[in-house]
Write a protein that binds this ligand. Structure first.
Ligand SMILES: [Fe+2]
Length: 319
């Protein structure tokens, strides 16, 4: 039997040296997530009614733009189409940072598309790259913040009051290829992984800046979406959102409240209008000593990786 030690990550510096890297990214944090939906209007109405988001625009292509309670103009976009990820957008500081990223990627022969003009409402010209699993990633100049958005914002809305999009967690069939791409092309760094004996990494968490993760790889039989996440102000805000959804009776709450091992965030999960899993969480770990941080390795057999408080994820999480 192969133990989990065989799947431990190399140190960050060793991986950087070993990789044919396109250079450290200028990504700062998650910006927004665009999801394809068979009925964007209905999905957006549900998000307004039950998820604490605000519909701020519908463009000529029928994209519905939803804002949270932070400083970003929008955090979630529903685009008409078969259910799934359309693209995930990460914030870079400004046009100069985007241009520097474009130069590095092109010099490394990474296929990159320049979206100029950007078809997304109020979005500056972005870079578009596609992961080995087929997930499109945009690097878009956006709102720069020096601290996590939740620390800057005090929502005036009642629960649920999401503040900002933080991470997406796609299902990935070839996790090794996706993990290498996240490091070598996007320049993300691994914060932790969950390893199953004889299988290897089943979940891996990657960060851009200080927040623990902005892209989570979830091993699955096929590529797709496992869940997406919004950050709330603090743990009481998470518990209040959970209580409101449970009492409302319309939203299908699937797991939580809980506290994750990796990332240490207090969270719960529910389904959006289209049945996607959504995570609302707070108190996500931040990593300040980047040079000396060593990515943590959790065993999938250690139940506390899922919830330090002792609950287990529902069976539907693994379907
Ligand atoms: Fe998550």
């Amino acid at each position: 039997m192969t133990t989990i030690e065989a799947f431990e990550p190399a140190t960050t510096s060793a991986r950087r040296k070993a990789s044919n890297t396109a250079g450290r990214t200028t990504i700062e944090r998650g910006g927004y997530l665009a999801l394809r939906s068979p009925d964007p209007a209905a999905a957006a109405a549900f998000a307004v009614e039950h998820m604490g988001l605000c519909l701020v625009h519908v463009d000529r292509a029928g994209r519905h733009y939803l804002a949270a309670n932070g400083l970003d103009p929008y955090s979630l976009v529903y685009v008409e189409g078969e259910r799934g990820i359309d693209h995930v957008s990460y914030v870079v500081r400004d046009e100069a940072a985007r241009n520097a990223a474009e130069a590095r990627l092109r010099a490394a022969d990474v296929p990159v598309e320049r979206l100029d003009p950007n078809p997304l409402w109020r979005a500056k010209a972005a870079l578009r790259v596609v992961s080995p699993a087929g997930h499109a990633v945009h690097l878009t100049p956006g709102v720069h913040v020096d601290v996590p958005m939740a620390a800057l914002t005090r929502p005036s809305a009642d629960a649920p009051a999401p503040i900002s999009f933080d991470h997406v967690a796609p299902r990935i069939a070839d996790v090794d290829a996706e993990m290498s791409w996240l490091e070598d092309v996007l320049g993300l760094r691994e914060s932790a992984r969950v390893v199953a004996p004889d299988v290897g990494p089943v979940i891996a968490f990657f960060r851009a800046h200080t927040l623990f993760h902005c892209y989570t790889v979830v091993r699955g039989p096929a590529n797709g979406l496992h869940h997406y996440q919004f950050s709330l102000k603090n743990a009481p805000a998470v518990l209040a959102a959970h209580k409101r959804m449970r009492e409302g009776g319309t939203v299908e709450v699937v797991w939580g409240p809980l506290r994750h091992g990796p990332g240490h965030n207090v969270a719960f999960y529910f389904r959006d209008h289209d049945g996607n899993f959504v995570e609302y969480s707070a108190e996500e770990e931040i990593i300040l000593d980047d040079e000396n941080y060593v990515a943590a390795v959790w065993s999938a057999e250690d139940a506390k990786f899922a919830d330090e408080w002792g609950t287990a994820p529902p069976a539907v999480f693994f379907e």
